[in-house]
Design a protein around this ligand. Structure first.
Ligand code: AMP
Ligand code: MG
Length: 319
């Protein structure tokens, strides 16, 4: 089967593309699109009717009954937070709002405002009731934002749908969050481009060969604003309340589960190369690529043979 179709839609604040090799490609892509739209409706930080908004509005007041999808994402997010000592923390919401990320009013807040918002960041304040599929944020003003994990979850859902529909070869890309099923129909691996952080979108500094894997990148170039010649990006460090500043410009995780790779790519971006590399050793089957401000490329041993630089001379590769 070498017939394929490409599909594109806008959702979850990004462009989502799918390539599906099947005679039923169009039908399957529609099922996936509908599923993603449904997930966006429940997990959006901005939609007032989403599970996330309901939870945030009821913070410090009452338990909120959630869709099983939202519940699962929150439950897993809490576990990921524990594993990285809170570098990744979905209760970052108040800080995200303060910085105006993804709004027209992005601005550097005052230090006092940052301290106040930081008091509202603590994943331990997420109360979960497994039997009732419900949750609550302990204190008024606390807010969750699933922006660092929801796309990964959606990618896993898409893959499930491909498999249920008997597809053997497909991939989905949710704005840098890639999940690939099988190989290409000719038996060769999928080639996933790694964005050059200093070049326009779609300019790759290399490609990663993958089969049945997910590749997720967190980068400082994805969303940022500049003030007084300083760049302020969208990945916030819960320890300081400021954009993470560990000289990492992009952190990529290659693994089997996209939700995990999404959460951890955000976590390791914040932790930096050394601590980030240590963290992923705790998880089975994960590989990583970090690009730092000084144009060094740190690649885990297991990924070396699957990564091909576009122009190796430009970079200093460290394994
Ligand atoms: P990602 O691109 O997956 O690294 O996610 C970045 C997005 O997650 C941001 O746009 C925020 O909405 C949210 N976010 C920012 N900092 C954090 C953090 N430390 N933990 C969890 N989510 C975060
Ligand atoms: Mg992420």
């Amino acid at each position: 089967m070498s017939e394929f179709m490409d599909f594109e839609m806008l959702s979850m604040g990004t462009i989502i593309t799918q390539r599906i090799y099947s005679r039923n490609a169009k039908i399957v892509s529609n099922i996936v699109n509908e599923e993603i739209k449904k997930l966006e409706e429940m997990m959006s930080f901005f939609k007032t009717s989403s599970d996330v908004s309901k939870l945030n509005n009821a913070a410090g007041i009452s338990m909120v009954s959630l869709d099983t999808n939202t519940f699962n994402v929150i439950k897993n997010a809490k576990i990921f937070s524990e594993s990285c000592n809170g570098a990744f923390d979905i209760t970052i919401g108040a800080l995200v709002k303060l910085w105006g990320i993804f709004t027209e009013t992005e601005a550097v807040p005052q230090q006092t405002q940052i301290y106040k918002a930081l008091e509202l960041v603590n994943y331990k304040d997420i109360i979960l009731d497994e039997e009732m599929n419900s949750a609550m944020l302990l204190n008024k003003g606390e807010m969750i934002d699933l922006g660092a994990i929801a796309k990964g979850y959606a990618a896993d859902k898409a893959l499930e749908i491909y498999q249920k529909c008997g597809i053997e070869s497909a991939f989905i890309n949710l704005g840098g969050n890639v999940h690939a099923l099988g190989n290409k129909p000719d038996g060769s691996p999928w080639k996933i481009g790694l964005q050059n952080p200093w070049s326009p979108r779609g300019d790759f500094m290399g490609v990663i060969d993958i089969t049945n894997k997910t590749v997720v990148t967190s980068g400082d170039y994805v969303r940022y604003f500049e003030k007084d010649n300083k760049k302020y990006h969208h990945i916030l460090d819960p320890r300081t309340g400021y954009p993470a500043d560990t000289k990492v410009v992009s952190a990529t995780i290659v693994g089997d589960n996209s939700m995990q790779a999404d959460a951890l790519s955000t976590a390791v971006f914040i932790l930096g190369v050394e601590k980030g590399m240590e963290l992923i050793k705790n998880f089975k089957g994960l590989e990583a690529i970090f690009i730092t401000q000084d144009k060094k490329v740190h690649i885990t041993e297991g990924l070396k043979k699957n990564f091909i630089f576009d122009n190796e001379k430009e970079w200093q590769c460290i394994i």
